[in-house]
Design a protein around this ligand. Sequence first.
Ligand SMILES: Nc1ncnc2c1ncn2[C@@H]1O[C@H](COP(=O)(O)OP(=O)(O)O)[C@@H](O)[C@H]1O
Ligand SMILES: [Mg+2]
Length: 238
Amino acid sequence: MSEKGGILEARNICRSLGGTDGEGGHPVLRDISFSVPRGQFVALTGASGSGKSTLLYLLGALDRTSSGEIWLDGVEFGTLDDDERAEFRNEKLGFVFQFHFLLPEFTALENVAIPMMRRGLSRDESEERAYAMLSLLGLEALYAREPGQLSGGEQQRVSIARAIANEPKLILADEPTGNLDSENASQVVQIFRTLAHEHGRTVIMVTHDQHFADLADRRIALKDGQIVSDISAPGASV
Ligand SMILES: Nc1ncnc2c1ncn2[C@@H]1O[C@H](COP(=O)(O)OP(=O)(O)O)[C@@H](O)[C@H]1O
Ligand SMILES: [Mg+2]
């Protein structure tokens, strides 16, 4: 796909919102292009309203561009119909949001196992892998708890375990530390670094916290729907 070998590539993407039937509207993203290699941890920054969430939704195939192309792992999103997009998301993408969206009546283990069962794995196999994911995030002792019996930081770590359960190529996180105290937030950002550097996941994390952005390999800043800077950290591995 890309001559640069990126796993993810945005080519001249534009998105207008607020028009009718995809026509007209206000240009929210303008001519966004970048390529991300496998295993890179990218922070997407910018003021409120600069277009971060809109961009993340496009990268997650949850929304369609007005023009331009998005490639992930050799597939251009525009070529997929709605069913194919849903399958593609399930297979290739992991999402983490500011709110954890865990199912309250299920245990941590079940919350992580359910997406694997939806992909056709047996309950035993799903729960075994879910336990391994929870262990990776230091939550093995809490596997039988329901979300209401977990702290905010623990809930967010369970939601990360759920996001990585299907071994996604790309993890997209929109303000994942927004509801956490600084210690739990640091822990979550550290988990994303580890997932990128030790497990080869590509991670894009929206944050408006400069301190956390500085922990990423690369910082892409948006302003009024355009990339205004794209800086790789000195010594970043990729
Ligand atoms: N459905 C929509 N219709 C019209 N404008 C929208 C819609 N969604 C978002 N916007 C506008 O797009 C801009 C970028 O929004 P967003 O991507 O949510 O920014 P951020 O996540 O950086 O705060 C904002 O000006 C917002 O008002
Ligand atoms: Mg946002």
